[in-house]
Design a protein around this ligand. Structure first.
Ligand SMILES: *Cc1c(COP(=O)(O)O)cnc(C)c1O
Length: 714
């Protein structure tokens, strides 16, 4: 036997640094970092939904050290770590240069969900993904922001579809020790615990932290041993349970969130409420001020001065509302502590304070207690002004203080490894630092930088990757029904066919089945010999939304038809990972919300960097982005008088634009087999959309318009 060699000190240090890296979601927007964990164990990487913490728990320390002594692996690790350390230590950030007044401050961003990565399932849809992307861009820009949310031990459900096409919900229990999160501790190393009152009970909260680059996101958790079981389960599910669960979760988020920040010694200059769920934080700030001896006027002015609010819901029915019985039951002790009656407290959530029959509305509370408010697209800003005008009597509509900041996406986080490499090879490593620069992207899309051949080759690779992914997932789905014959799976989806993607929450206003409204036409179009079309669907309906589940069933039933087999597919368990594959591989991203129900929408923005084209109703962000050449529209910039009429008009428009423009253009090929006219559109789409519809532009707008807003004096 040879002598036992001592592990070199350099390797020990690198090992410690990799372990630290696993707990910083910086890796989620750096493909080279993900590559390291994937290489360590491709199997665990896949099985854990790409979770570096689990990979490191499966790879024995001796093995890790041995691997690190392989020069090539060590070099790629060192390269990633250098990049990571340079990022974390950067002094010259956007904030230092452009918003230095924020330097000593702190911004607390509250959101009921955060969609940061597929391995951390504490989000349900677009709102959460937006919050996650906001945190990533705040980190990139160097903003002193921290996030606040809940730790959902069972997350949002996992979706399976049964043989009747009906959605089934599973709730696996996540073990925090296996997730990229750490307990929030005090300086002595003990857990920080904070109390909140719910009814006459005091519930204890603990917290977790997920590090997102330079931004920490704190996650409150009621699953603490000395809580009653019903309170321990309170934060189990994202938007789970009945109205009591809902209001109690919102108390934990809003009131518990402020108390956690105080316990950690954080004194935010700005509390940003991302949607109304967290608006109870204003009541806690009010209570603090009263307890410090401030008059009611002073206290209210203080709260208003410290809060900003982003609303996301364009229809009255979508807003959280609570009745007096429930409100009184859960706020009794809190109101007492504050020295007010619950009726008085409820007034803050009523448009008409004197109307005791009115429900308590979270959005009203947030609007009353913020120094600035905004919707998430121009149309949604106007819709919100109209919806809440009663709160601003005598103010002309265009002066109602609800502005808008159009949403975006964190581009690097949404770019697949293949596309990332493609751009890095042509534009250099630093292309992600030019996300807001239209001239950079104009030049990047010049045929001298990227030829049609190269661009088309990228499209083919991405479409192929999606099809391989879809076949693998469909195979797993089929195995469950005992129909796992791999032979026919080779006939599922074709890499040469115009590929349409549709994936998002199956809320009914998004109208997933719209393509099939004229069924004969749909079949004819899909099975066409010369110019076929294939469709991939994915999405979850909320567990209590039976109408949404019927839409899933309708789509799944199409996939079972013999003539549509392998041409229309439904991929189960939509999440960030499924989304990333779909937005990269689809040639056309279909988005059909019923106007004006889509406050902004973001999934369509994720396709631009991959060279897909957007086809959407004129709602949310698309109404601002569409310029007649960078994609296509469904319907007009108007709203019909009935839903039925709107659906008929939009379906007809969808058929017309597909049949007359999109399908012919995709199949119009040069002698070289390349659709040059199609690619012209792709270039123009990329050049106009990439530099505008990203969260870097969005967070800069928040910083300039809202975070640095001169604070009004009391
Ligand atoms: C982007 C995204 C959404 C938002 O999709 P919309 O079409 O804007 O509603 C929802 N869920 C996931 C997982 C996403 O990645």
């Amino acid at each position: 036997m040879g002598t036992q060699k001592k592990t070199p000190a350099g390797v020990m240090r690198t090992e410690a640094e990799i372990r630290e890296l696993a707990y910083n979601l910086w890796w989620s927007w750096h493909p080279a970092a993900q590559q390291i964990f994937q290489e360590l164990s491709p199997y665990v990487w896949e099985e854990s939904n790409h979770n570096p913490v689990e990979v490191l728990q499966w790879v024995a320390p001796q093995e890790l050290r041995a691997r690190l002594q392989v020069p090539q692996f060590h070099r790629s690790v060192q390269f990633v770590l250098d990049d990571f350390h340079a990022y974390m230590g950067a002094k010259r950030t956007w904030m230092r240069k452009h918003a230095p007044s924020l330097a000593g401050e702190s911004i607390a961003y509250f959101s009921a969900e955060f969609g940061l990565h597929e391995s951390l399932r504490i989000y349900s849809g677009g709102l959460g993904v937006l919050a996650g992307d906001h945190a990533k861009s705040a980190s990139d820009l160097g903003l002193p922001l921290c996030g606040m949310s809940l730790f959902y031990r069972q997350g949002y459900f996992q979706q399976q579809i049964n043989s009747d096409g009906w959605q089934q919900e599973q709730y696996p229990l996540y073990d925090p020790a296996r997730l990229p999160i750490t307990p929030v501790l005090d300086t002595k190393g003990d857990r920080i615990l904070v109390p909140v009152e719910i009814g006459n009970d005091t519930v204890t909260l603990q917290a977790w932290m997920v590090q997102v680059g330079r931004v920490p996101v704190f996650l409150l958790d009621t699953d603490v041993p000395n809580n009653d079981q019903r309170y321990r389960d309170l934060t189990a599910h994202v938007y789970g349970g009945d109205n009591w669960t809902r209001i109690a979760q919102e108390i934990v988020l809003g009131i518990g969130g402020v108390r956690l920040l105080r316990a950690m010694g954080i004194k935010p200059a700005t509390f940003h409420m991302n949607e109304g769920h967290s608006a109870f934080l204003t009541l806690e700030l009010l209570r603090e001020q009263r307890a410090a001896g401030k008059s009611l006027d002073q206290a209210e002015a203080y709260v208003k001065r410290h809060c900003v609010f982003t609303t996301h819901t364009p229809v009255p029915a979508g807003h959280d509302r609570f009745d007096q019985g429930l409100f009184t039951a859960v706020f009794e002790a809190f109101a007492q502590k504050m020295g007010v009656g619950t009726i008085e407290l409820m007034g803050y959530g009523r448009e008409n304070v004197a109307d005791t029959a009115e429900l308590f509305t979270m959005t009203v509370l947030a609007l009353k207690f913020c120094r600035a408010a905004n919707g998430v697209s121009e149309l949604h800003g106007h819709t919100s002004q109209e919806m809440w005008k009663a709160l601003y009597p005598g103010v002309p509509m265009n002066r109602i203080p609800i502005g808008h900041v159009t949403n975006g996406i964190h581009t690097a986080g949404w770019t697949t490894a293949t596309a990332h490499q493609f751009w890095t090879a042509r534009l250099g490593e630093s292309w992600t630092e030019h996300l807001r620069d239209p001239r950079f992207w104009h030049a990047a899309l010049h045929p001298k930088t990227v030829s049609d051949e190269e661009l088309w080759a990228l499209r083919i690779s991405l479409r192929r990757e999606l099809i391989e992914f879809a076949r693998k997932r469909l195979h797993e789905q089929n195995l469950r029904y005992g129909a796992g014959d791999t032979e026919s799976l080779h006939r599922v989806l074709s890499p040469d066919v115009l590929t349409i993607g549709f994936a998002r929450r199956f809320a009914t206003y998004k109208r997933a089945p719209l393509f099939f409204r004229d069924f004969e036409w749909a079949i004819r179009t899909i099975v066409s010999k010369e110019k076929p079309v294939q469709l991939l669907f994915a999405g979850k309906a909320h567990p209590r939304d039976d109408a949404g589940k019927r839409f899933i069933q309708e789509v799944v039933n199409f996939t079972h038809r013999l003539d549509l087999f392998g041409k229309v597919v439904f991929i189960e368990d939509y999440d960030i990972n499924v989304a990333r594959h779909l937005v990269a591989g689809a040639d056309i991203w279909l988005n059909t919300p019923r106007r004006p129900m889509e406050a902004s929408g973001t999934s369509g923005m994720k396709i631009a960097i991959h060279g897909g084209l957007h086809l959407s109703t004129m709602d949310g962000w698309w109404r601002e982005a569409y310029d007649e050449h960078n994609g296509w529209k469904v319907g007009e910039d108007t709203t019909a008088s009935t839903e039925q009429m709107q659906d008929d008009l939009d379906a007809a428009s969808l058929r017309a634009v597909l049949e007359q423009e999109i399908i012919p253009l995709f199949y119009q090929r040069g002698k070289d087999g390349i659709p040059h006219q199609w690619l012209r559109r792709v270039r123009h789409s990329m050049a106009t959309l990439i530099p505008a519809y990203n969260t870097e532009r969005m967070v800069v707008e928040y910083a300039e318009k809202y975070y640095t807003l001169p604070k009004p004096r009391t």
